[in-house]
Design a binder for this molecule. Structure first.
Ligand code: FPP
Ligand code: MG
Length: 292
């Protein structure tokens, strides 16, 4: 059960980004692009924490497909899926302790707290429209960007003792992480299930108002009531979908993601030039143009 998603078929976006960040920081600090074994471990641990959280997320969301295959809960049931997620997280914790750096342990432990808080934020909703967008961005940071930001920070700590480099790594990860999730929320409206490997329009069906809906709401205030009842009445999901597609919600969310990517580029450009620094810049484009 625990090996099920480690089949080499995921995008491996997080570990790739972490290894690139490790090389970019090593290059910046002492002109060496060699990845330390401890940095490679961070990349592995990052993917493990992510996978553990997905196994639990699919139980919470009652999802039956992910990455084009059945979910763990669908095949083995919820009880075993919860335990499988726990087991992957425990293996990640052991690997983290083995790195033997207390700062790195605390940076990556923060991620686990953020993931859980992010999931709780998603269960709640705000009545006030202004608070709603801030709540959405905070949830987005905690559920998605914290893992990327703090993994980048962890490998930068293992690269060098300079706190300005740690801050650059963290802010690059935070900004590209938020952009990544904004585009994920766009894809829920623009992509099809075949491409995504999971059902499309899933967010509305789960009662979630993401970026495209929140922007659409400014143009179509009728959406407000639907957001408040979490699209719970018959026909709500379909009507909300119509409003979003008639509005510029998708365009505005994409534009916001572009701004976060520009900020990520501004940060990473403070490092010395290296092929990996350029790859991290290039990666922001991939985030914006991906279709799965
Ligand atoms: C995907 O959400 C889920 C996450 C990014 C994190 C979920 C976090 C938890 C369940 C907290 C428990 C954490 C650990 C470490 C075990 P989504 O439903 O928005 O995306 P999806 O469409 O891919 O399912
Ligand atoms: Mg889910």
């Amino acid at each position: 059960m625990c090996e099920y998603y480690f089949d080499g078929k995921g995008k491996a976006f997080r570990p790739m980004l972490v290894v690139l960040m490790a090389r970019a920081c090593n290059s910046h600090y002492n002109n060496s692009r060699e990845v330390h074994p401890s940095q490679r471990s961070v990349a592995v641990i990052t993917e493990m924490i992510h996978t553990a959280s997905l196994v639990h997320d699919d139980v919470i969301d009652g999802s039956d497909s992910r990455r084009g295959k059945k979910t763990v809960n669908q095949i083995w049931g919820e009880r075993k899926a919860v335990l499988a997620g726990d087991f992957i997280l425990s293996a990640a914790s052991v690997a983290l302790a083995r790195i033997g750096n207390t700062t790195v342990i605390s940076v990556l432990s923060q991620v686990i707290e953020d993931l859980v808080r992010g999931e709780f934020l998603q269960l709640g909703s705000k009545e006030n429209e202004n608070e709603r967008f801030a709540h959405y961005l905070e949830k987005t940071f905690k559920k998605t960007a914290s893992l990327i930001a703090n993994s980048c920070k962890a490998v930068s700590i293992l690269a060098c003792p300079d706190p300005t480099v740690h801050e650059i790594a963290y802010l690059y990860g935070k900004n590209i992480g938020i952009a990544f999730q904004l585009i994920d929320d766009v894809l829920d409206f623009t992509s099809c299930a075949d491409q995504l490997g999971k059902p499309a329009a899933a967010d509305l069906r789960l009662g979630l108002a993401t970026g495209p809906v929140l922007f659409a709401c400014q143009q179509f205030p009728e959406l407000n009531a639907m957001i408040m009842r979490r699209f719970g009445l018959p026909g709500d999901v379909e009507r909300a979908w119509q409003y979003v597609t008639q509005s510029d919600g998708v365009g505005q969310t994409t534009y916001l993601a572009q701004r976060y990517c520009s900020e990520a580029i501004r940060e990473i450009s403070k490092l010395q030039p290296s092929p990996e620094r350029d790859a991290l810049i290039q990666l922001t484009e991939t985030v914006l143009t991906r279709d799965k």
